[in-house]
Write a protein that binds this ligand. Structure first.
Ligand SMILES: NC(=O)CC[C@H](N)C(=O)O
Length: 309
């Protein structure tokens, strides 16, 4: 597969510019409304450690649902596959990420997969740590290892804004507590979950996260195994089947790269043997995926024939 050059990225992001005015910036988390439509960016981190980018490379954003992939990796490392998958399923839901509907209809009542909110809340509940801050601190340590950057933290304003308004996520959590899927304090769980979603990065840092997953969980420079191969594989498989919400099927056909989307407008892709890809554009389409991001990924995948299928 051909490497991406900076001039290619400039061209593609320019072509996607007109799409900035389409879609809507998420506002159900009040602090996310402050994001600017103009702040679009793309970056590719090749496995040989060569990183290219275009657009607003300085802008930082919260990773939101992308954190679900990393929290899953950590919970799997903490508790093992059997423990985790006794409490969360492996099947796509076909419903929006915050849907509560299938929780009631499945028996035994466990969330269908770790990429929808119900599943992600159950996963965060399984991360080791005696306080929410300890759990989030451990997740940040994993991210520091993946990005080789200790400076990454979370945006307190966004975390607080979501914590104050996360009524639906509280409902999902209480429902699962009733059914024994999760345990402990729901307020503490929401504290950890909203901080995890508010982890803040720039586009190149996010591309490097994708690159480590693409590199079977190994550090790009030292080759050190940060996430076991089998667990990195599980994460990427969920990215294919459930990473783009209820648009995962059409995304697999149109782009064909394991990817995870977040409501901030960020998307991370992990392409085995190639590298990590990150796109950002805060305006979302009706399924909740970045309009500009989808446009850039589609162009990139078709020009360079990146589909894994
Ligand atoms: N799709 C998303 O990115 C959702 C994440 C967000 N923090 C939520 O739980 O609502």
């Amino acid at each position: 597969m051909k490497k991406v050059t900076e001039s290619m990225l400039h061209e593609w992001i320019q072509q996607a510019e007109p799409y900035k005015s389409l879609g809507t910036v998420a506002d159900y988390i009040p602090a996310l409304q402050k994001q600017k439509r103009e702040d679009i960016a793309v970056s590719v981190y090749h496995l040989d450690n060569d990183c290219v980018g275009a657009g607003n490379l300085e802008n930082t954003f919260t990773i939101q649902s992308i954190s679900k992939v990393l929290a899953l990796a950590l919970a799997l490392m903490d508790q093992g596959e059997d423990y985790v998958f006794a409490r969360v399923g492996m099947e796509p839901s076909g419903d929006p990420f915050h849907s509560i509907a299938k929780l009631e209809r499945t028996n035994p009542s466990k969330p269908l997969n770790p990429m929808i909110n119900a599943g992600a809340l159950a996963v965060t509940n399984m991360i080791m740590g005696s306080t929410p801050d300890e759990k989030v601190g451990r997740l940040l340590t994993l991210i520091h290892e993946m990005t080789n950057d200790q400076s990454i933290g979370y945006d307190e304003e966004v975390a607080h804004s979501e914590f104050e308004t996360a009524f639906l996520n509280r409902s999902l959590s209480y429902f699962m507590k009733q059914h024994g899927v999760i345990e402990g304090s729901i307020e503490e769980l929401l504290d950890a979950y909203t901080k995890q979603c508010a982890i803040e990065m720039n586009i190149k840092q996010l591309a490097r996260v994708g690159a480590v997953l693409a590199n079977e969980g190994r550090d790009l420079e030292s080759g050190r195994q940060i996430i076991p191969v089998q667990l990195a594989r599980i994460c990427k498989t969920f990215m294919v089947t459930c990473g783009m919400y209820d648009a995962s099927g059409s995304f697999a056909i149109r782009v064909g790269i394991p990817a995870k989307s977040g409501v901030s407008g960020a998307i991370v892709g992990a392409l085995k043997g190639y590298g990590g890809i990150a796109v950002f554009g805060p305006a979302l389409d009706e399924r909740g995926n970045s309009v500009v991001g989808m446009q850039v990924l589609e162009t990139m995948a078709s020009r360079l024939e990146l589909s894994i299928f």
